[in-house]
Design a protein around this ligand. Structure first.
Ligand code: ADP
Ligand code: MG
Length: 246
């Protein structure tokens, strides 16, 4: 197993409140790794800490071989860890194609020294094709359905050719149809080709997409295993799944 992201002994407090305690897990390269847990478990705090928005008091975060603990968010992104936000972060007046072009352009500016590899970079047309967005290429982003906006966000994240994409509740606010489209996209065009960390409350989406699950509960790792083992784990059922099902 090649580790893409290694978290060890991570701890984060808010005043006297312990939000994360001794959180340790590894995301394998090209895995779809879900992080689940009840409300207040610490999922968002974990994402904020990994992506550099918050600084942990203890522990270590490594992106591949590189120590990114306490590295600020913009440098974490440049090091190759890109996240999508629960709130969309697109330019609403620009078209779909223009949003992707802006992202491609920004990424190429960062990589001037790698200009020789430019031929390998994806184009806006390829990304739109891959994500089923060609039919809305010329539409201002603000006019897109919620589902298309979330999908465009992933396309924009991929434009940077990141080592890891962190998806923060991508299906939040989606209709059942949109959730279905997003889940198919995950399994058909993203899974196995990119390293994905997925924060997701919809267990159906998790079980259809994830090949590994970390369960957080009250700031600690309750379980970290394959989906099959997680579903069969009585501790997980008691602490989380049981409650989530009524
Ligand atoms: P989740 O995303 O799993 O629902 P969060 O990471 O948002 O959980 O929150 C974990 C706990 O930390 C919650 O009890 C929350 O109230 C607390 N918390 C989160 N952010 C802050 C903050 N900035 N200041 C104080 N407490 C916080
Ligand atoms: Mg949250």
């Amino acid at each position: 197993m090649i580790p893409a992201l290694s978290i060890s002994g991570l701890g984060k407090r808010f005043g006297g409140f312990v939000a994360l305690h001794d959180v340790t897990f590894t995301v394998a390269e090209n895995a779809t790794h879900a992080i689940i847990g009840p409300n207040g478990a610490g999922k968002t705090t974990l994402v904020n800490t990994i992506s550099g928005l918050m600084k942990p008091e203890t522990g270590k975060i490594e992106l591949g071989e590189r120590d990114i603990t306490r590295v600020p968010a913009h440098l974490v992104a440049r090091a190759g860890l890109v996240r999508t936000f629960q709130i969309t972060s697109l330019f609403p007046d620009l078209t779909v194609k223009e949003n992707i072009e802006v992202a491609l352009h920004a990424c190429r500016l960062y990589r001037l020294r790698e200009i020789g590899s430019a031929a390998n970079l994806q184009t806006a047309d390829q990304l739109m094709e891959r994500f089923g967005l060609t039919r809305v290429a010329g539409q201002p982003t603000a006019q897109l359905s919620h589902g298309d906006q979330r999908i465009l966000e992933v396309a924009v994240a991929l434009a940077a050719e990141p080592a890891i994409i962190l998806l923060d509740e991508p299906t939040a606010g989606m209709s059942p149809d949109e959730t279905e489209r997003f889940t198919s996209l995950m399994t058909q065009t993203l899974k196995g080709r990119h390293t994905l960390v997925l924060i997701e409350h919809d267990m159906d989406v998790v079980l259809r997409t994830a090949d590994h699950i970390t369960v957080l509960c009250a700031g600690t790792v309750l379980a970290d295993d394959t989906p099959e083992a997680i579903m069969a784990d009585p501790v997980v059922q008691e602490a989380y799944l049981g409650r989530a099902h009524h």
